[in-house]
Design a protein around this ligand. Sequence first.
Ligand code: CMC
Length: 433
Amino acid sequence: MEQKRKATLTLDNGGQPLEFPIMSGSMGPDVVDIRTLHAKSGVFTYDPGFLSTASSSSKITFIDGDKGILLYRGYPIEQLAKRCDFMEVCYLLMNGELPTRSEKASFDKTIKEHTMVHEQLARFYTGFRRDAHPMAVMVGVVGALSAFYHDAMDISDASHRELSAFRLVAKLPTITAMTYKYNIGQPFIYPRNNLTYAENFMHMMFATPAEEYKPNPVLARALDRILILHADHEQNASTSTVRLAGSSGANPFACISAGIACLWGPAHGGANEACLNMLEEIGDDSRIGEYIDRAKDKNDPFRLVGFGHRVYKNFDPRAKLMRETCHEVLSELGLHDDRLFKLALKLEKIALEDEYFISRKLYPNVDFYSGIVQRALGIPVSMFTAIFTMARTVGWIAQWSEMISDPDYKIGRPRQLYTGAVTRDVVPIALRK
Ligand code: CMC
């Protein structure tokens, strides 16, 4: 990182101007390094929601939200989605380079060797109500992995970190499918190592001991693409949660569970589920106008879910690819006339032409289309965010590992602007009213 220029800050306290180095990354905005600000001046910066704060440096993912660019390790998402499978993308995120053919074969094999979960872990499920939300179960079961892999783990050892990453990437489809099977009261289906990652997941979701499941290549490819597009997204809320939890040296499986909890929220990974629920609520073409009006009304908290993004103020490049996949899947399954899909496509058209959405750069986001694709694949709406979890796990663990291997990393500890009561004395209870 270059550090040539300086930024000067003058505080209104008669002191000397303070100088701070400006750091440049390989792409993207420069940052002002204010690490010494408090020591030099006694003040903190104030940035709730991290609107202007880079919380870390990273070599993994780059986003230019204004231009609609997303790169994993420098490679455009469009090329990765069209030329690679999810396993290659996992290897890339974890190792920094795309695998050679032999590295890919060995990586595939390693992941397949870790797909089964400890039988004792399966018993955790029975502690949950069958109607528990899948994300509640995922938070619990993935967190519970820390009880299976803790004592033998040394997070300062790169090979231990890598093994944790293999385990997480390999076991997440098994855990996710088990969550679904438990919910619908069917027996768990064991992984099959002759299938691809996406096919195996669909097999564990849809096969039963009584009935084989034959993966449809168009649908498996669509799922693989969902996984690629959701694999990482730099320092978003859940990734920052994983980093913050990990910064204390906590167990990585527990840190990933913290990330899952954060992803669950409707402003983040819960959006695809909330979007399908919204479509159900709208129910019919004739009510779209009413909902668009509500979304525009500042006195109504309703927002059009699946539209807008904190970072992309242009078409989200993932949404473009997901839209393409969405049409492929609807054609393959002959679903273009399905009530909800027709409604979604009409909503998309109206919002893209409406001045309110155009002027605020509120484009359909990836979750708008991925919800539609997942519904077409037969995945129930309540499982959508769990699928996102399965995809994002590799990004979380790559980011966690990058942080732990950085010799300069420190425990994350934000400061605050205190606005509570000033110092006062406690009146003993006997003297209070
Ligand atoms: N419907 C209606 N108005 C909206 C919407 C929406 N979906 N999103 C933003 N706006 C308006 C907002 O009211 C504000 O208007 P004004 O300038 O007149 O006050 C303007 O657009 C800017 O909004 P903001 O709240 O400052 O934008 P933000 O960057 O803080 O919020 C967001 C981003 C994703 C939370 C928001 O767009 C939203 O709530 N979208 C719906 C939920 C959703 O789809 N979330 C998934 C995001 S992608 C998943 C991921 O990557 O994890």
